[in-house]
Design a protein around this ligand. Sequence first.
Ligand code: ADP
Length: 227
Amino acid sequence: MIIYNKVSKIYKNDTKPVLQNVNLEIKEGEFVTFVGYSGAGKSTLLKMIYAEEMPTSGEVYFHKKKINDLKKRYLPKHRQQIGTVFQDYKLLTQKNVWQNVAFAMEVAGKTQAEIEEDVPQIIDIVGLKSKIDKYPEELSGGEQQRVALARALVNRPKVLVADEPTGNLDPISTWEIMQLLLKINEFGTTIMLATHDKGVVDRISKRVISMDKGKVIRDDLKGKYCI
Ligand code: ADP
């Protein structure tokens, strides 16, 4: 489903590669975790899936489509297939839970009827039914991340990219988010998770890709955190 073929990346005005000859294949429905020290290249690798960064050399394929040379006009359609969540939740502070999630559907051109059907459903799945009219500042970090997850999922993406989604959370909220990610994966969404959290990685026992200085140094099915 996702293929990185000999992917290298040198950022503009830099000389040192941040990714070096990365070769990876991720199958539909997989749950893949990326681990490695800060600066190892995990975020850069993930950004290539939603075409925020392009390789300097090599190719990235999504469903056999080469993402490298996607024309600008196809980017929104491509990105609709990929949900994203980050360490900072990136919620719209002036909108409540319902409006934050609905906004993602409005941007994707969904009808009002679709919005009214799907928004409550996804808010229920992430366990925030009782907070539907609250604003981000009225929510805990874990709850805000669940809103971000609902927003990422409401357009039914094929892949969810989660870049340090639990980086700001306490262990209990972290585990709640992880359980949600596992549930979403069971429903069929492919998950690509970058995390520093050794406890989480060891507990979920999914594929672990270890990165160091822009290279994949280990790729372990049912792996343990190892850098
Ligand atoms: P990780 O997610 O593993 O912490 P990153 O992909 O964020 O790694 O970063 C890898 C390297 O690329 C780091 O040295 C970082 O400073 C550099 N880097 C990341 N983004 C940019 C950018 N937009 N411009 C220049 N260098 C960048």
